[in-house]
Design a protein around this ligand. Structure first.
Ligand code: DPP
Ligand code: ZN
Length: 843
């Protein structure tokens, strides 16, 4: 397979002026007719080349005369006249056979498309690269009652519909949907008075699950007008829910296609966490209309240009709609769990990668989540006002263009007059910087000295110092804040900052709000952590201090066989008792660090992590907390019950989160009695699932699981939860078996990515079960990856990242994993996606 390099970028030899497509839909033999106006690019003359994959060419014409193209590489070439010309082609494709879910495919009896990144070439011959942008006119002919494509509806009749998208777009934003669908409708009036028809299209039985998504869409549209001055630009905005989808959702112009799990929700079928995720994904895809669609990427190396910025914008939206501190903590938890893990292993790559074999493998936590952190750092460095001015300039200058990170950085440099060349290192240098700190105090002057160091990553042995915005506050020993949050800009490998006029040595609160995606390696003592947990004015660092206490206690249990730390449990009790603190925040403090996080922490400290020992430590810590704080947890559980009709709003959800965190611990004391009552009486999925989870953990889940299955086996999204919970909560020595048994269940539709992930992804999330010394977890995983690869390379290649941490573990586990990786690598006809991933992971 060929490696593609950023440095090799060349502009297209031909531009596209306009595109007409006609689809004659038929499940196994769809005809696609294209009429495309090409114009030579006089700045970059070259061969005429169209991408195409798995297409049967029926006929081709240039300016009306038949031609016989030559099939080369992943497409075709043809002799063409000088100057502009019209290309016409008819191809046949087989949507029914398309299990990879890329291009035009069938899902649950409907037709839908997924073209990002390179799926359009599976629909027709085309220059399938994001820097070629054109207006599209699409005619869909088919027997389904609903026929949708991008842009505005032009006309429709019996068995056909025509759409026109006036906004020039790259082919990856093309979409078509056809099916027996019904719409949940609403409308939105933009601030300049334009009426937009909104619709969420679903199968009949799902109509009651659309209201929340619609509300989230309208709030997103309003927010983007208020905060970024961005208005919507078509007469309609359509969202479609599909069951079979590799990712979460896709921002196709005017026709977003969503994984059903990322849009459909009702109180009885979706949890608070589902509602929150749906809100953020709806916002994300909607925000892409400006950051991605109106301004797109020149090439796929620039993916973070749209994704990092759009994730940042959806994070801002959720912070505004909900609790900003809680959102920040959630985002950092996710960043550490996924991106730090990636950045510290064999798959580490820069936010803007410099080469790839298969671009689908670079829709990563680094591009998305670290990409968003980079935007946050830029904003912190230049300030809110300059950020707003730079964004206005970006939208103004680049509307309708396909851009690069250089274009993005330039608007900030021009707005602020700052040289951001060092900041750009964040885009090119992989790895998570380590930040160490020492301090000293003399004659009223407090000095903080920072040292930064970024470990080597694949292909990047030596690292340059980065610009690190470090938000710092100082507290007096009496607990009051003596220096409010101040932004320090670190640019050197080692750098000191002083604070003068202090009466006594303060307690530092560093990296407030997690102001940069780095790992602070400084070892503070537990007294200082407890002090910050009690007094810090920065909610993020307050939580962080509690987290550090918990980690320290757990690490000592694993490493030294220490008993659960009474001082930590005491501090926890004090936070829980503080009714001035948001329940959602307290719930976060009550959640122990994840077992994978602890494994990485131990590994970083030079200890080979034993997942079984980590599991045991977490288990006995939870027992100790439950025993020590039993009466407090019991009153909290009662106090946090939310009476009345269920609402997914942040306040009610926060109370439920705290009550359910308490329930999980209390179940260790009451043998699951409260959990059973909650499960039996629940009128919403959050409560029902929390009850079920607590029962499973107590070994009392069998009846409840059966009842749950009987109640929900016709609801795919709920049934995914039923599969998932059994795998993620299984005991370490049972997990592989549970997963294996579930894959034999008649409802295990393994070709459906959500269902596949509900078992295999959940197994991997069960760290002690997946890494059980028998190696059975590894074998089940590899068996299924080998089976799925020929059917769906994208989902396989994503799932194989469960092995990315293998170098952390002992020789026996490494040998077991290496054997499975080799077995996968040696499978005949492995997809390009999986082949690239397995070779990078194996190293
Ligand atoms: N571009 C999509 C998204 O991130 C990925 N399928 O929204
Ligand atoms: Zn996106």
């Amino acid at each position: 397979p060929q490696t593609i390099h950023l440095a090799d970028y060349t502009p297209p030899a031909y531009w596209v002026e306009d595109v007409h497509l006609t689809f004659r839909l038929a499940p196994t033999a769809t005809r696609v007719l294209s009429r495309i106006r090409f114009v030579p690019n006089s700045d970059a003359p070259g061969r005429f080349f169209l991408h195409g994959e798995g297409l049967t060419l029926i006929s081709a014409k240039i300016n009306g005369a038949p031609v016989s193209p030559a099939f080369v590489e992943d497409g075709l070439t043809c002799a063409v006249p000088d100057g502009p010309f019209t290309w016409e082609a008819e191809v046949e494709i087989n949507p029914q056979a398309n299990t990879a879910l890329e291009g035009l495919y069938r899902s649950g009896g409907m037709y839908c498309t997924q073209c990002e990144a390179e799926g359009f070439r599976k629909i027709t011959y085309y220059p399938d690269r994001p820097d070629v942008m054109a207006p599209f006119t699409v005619r869909v002919e088919g027997s389904d009652p609903v026929l949708l494509s991008n842009g505005n509806p032009v006309a429709q009749g019996d068995g056909w519909a025509e759409w026109h998208d006036p906004w020039r777009k790259p082919a990856y934003l093309f979409a078509l949907v056809a099916g027996d669908l019904v719409a949940h409708r609403d409308s939105f009036t933009t601030r300049s008075g334009k009426d937009v028809d909104l619709a969420i299209w679903v199968r009949k039985g799902d109509l009651h699950k659309c209201a929340f998504g619609m509300d989230a869409l309208k709030r997103s549209m309003d927010w983007d007008e208020r905060v970024y001055g961005r208005e919507y630009d078509l007469d309609v905005f359509n969202i479609v829910a599909v069951d079979d989808f590799n990712a979460g959702a896709m921002e196709n112009k005017g026709l977003n296609v969503f994984n059903a799990s990322a849009v459909l929700a009702s109180p009885d079928t979706a949890t608070d966490a589902n509602f929150e995720r749906i809100e953020s994904i709806i916002a994300h895809e909607y925000f892409h209309n400006w950051t991605g669609n109106r301004i797109t990427c020149r090439d796929w190396f620039q993916l973070c240009l749209k994704e990092g910025l759009t994730v940042f914008r959806d994070q801002q939206f959720s912070a505004d709609e909900r609790s900003a501190p809680v959102k920040r903590i959630d985002d950092v938890l996710a960043l550490r769990a996924r991106q730090f893990r990636e950045d510290n292993g064999p798959l580490a790559h820069p936010v803007r990668p410099e080469s790839f074999v298969e671009i689908n493998n670079f829709y990563t936590a680094t591009v998305y989540e670290k990409g968003a952190e980079l935007i946050g750092m830029l904003k912190r460095l230049v300030g809110d006002e300059n950020y707003a001015r730079a964004l206005d300039l970006y939208f103004d200058r680049h509307d309708g263009e396909a851009c690069t990170i250089e274009d993005w950085i330039a608007v900030f440099e021009e707005t602020t007059g700052r040289d951001l060349s060092q900041f750009k290192t964040w885009y090119s240098q992989a790895g998570t910087p380590r930040l160490d700190m020492t301090d000293s105090f003399a004659d009223g002057t407090y000095t903080l000295t920072f040292r930064q160091h970024t470990p080597a990553t694949p292909g990047q042995p030596d690292k340059a110092p980065m610009v690190i915005p470090i938000a710092v506050g100082l507290l007096s020993p009496n607990g009051s804040e003596c220096v409010p949050t101040t932004l320090l800009e670190m640019t050197k490998a080692e750098q000191s900052f002083t604070f003068e006029g202090l009466e006594e040595k303060p307690v530092p609160s560093i990296l407030r709000g997690f102001s940069a995606p780095v790992i602070v390696t400084r070892k503070s003592d537990n007294a200082e952590r407890a002090f910050l947990l009690a007094h810090d004015t920065d909610p993020f660092n307050r939580w962080e201090a509690g987290r550090a206490l918990a980690k320290d206690a757990l690490v000592r249990m694993v490493k030294e066989g220490a008993a659960p730390d009474a001082a930590f449990i005491d501090a926890l009790g004090q936070v829980l008792a503080d009714d001035t603190l948001d329940p959602a925040f307290r719930a976060l403090v009550l959640h122990l660090p994840g077992q994978d996080d602890l494994a990485q922490t131990l590994f970083d400290a030079g200890v080979t992590p034993d997942p079984i020992a980590i599991y045991a430590a977490c288990d006995s810590m939870a027992d100790a907390i439950a025993t020590t704080l039993e009466s407090q947890l019991a009153s909290l559980f009662d106090a946090m019950q939310v009476p009345g009709t269920y609402s997914p709003d942040a306040e009610a959800a926060g109370k439920r989160a705290l009550a359910n965190a308490a329930l999980s611990l209390l179940s260790r004391r009451d043998n699951g009695a409260r959990a059973q009552v909650q499960f039996d009486g629940a009128d919403n999925m959050t409560q029902q699932l929390a009850g079920l989870g607590a029962l499973i953990k107590q070994g009392k889940g069998d009846e409840a699981l059966q009842a749950f299955y009987e109640q929900w086996h016709d609801d795919r999204l709920v049934l995914d939860k039923w599969f998932g919970l059994q795998c993620s909560l299984a005991k370490p020595d049972e997990a592989a078996n549970v997963a294996m048994t579930l894959t034999a269940h008649p409802d295990f539709e393994w070709k459906n990515p959500n269902r596949f992930r509900s078992v295999l992804g959940a197994l991997a999330s069960n760290a002690a079960g997946f890494h059980h010394p028998s190696g059975a977890g590894y074998t089940v995983m590899a068996d299924w990856l080998i089976k799925l690869d020929p059917v769906n390379p994208q989902t396989t290649a994503r799932m194989i990242t469960v092995f990315e941490t293998w170098r952390r573990y002992d020789a026996d586990r490494q040998a077991l994993i290496a054997a499975e990786l080799d077995r996968i690598a040696n499978t005949p006809d492995l997809s390009r996606d999986t082949a690239e991933m397995v070779s990078r992971i194996r190293g």
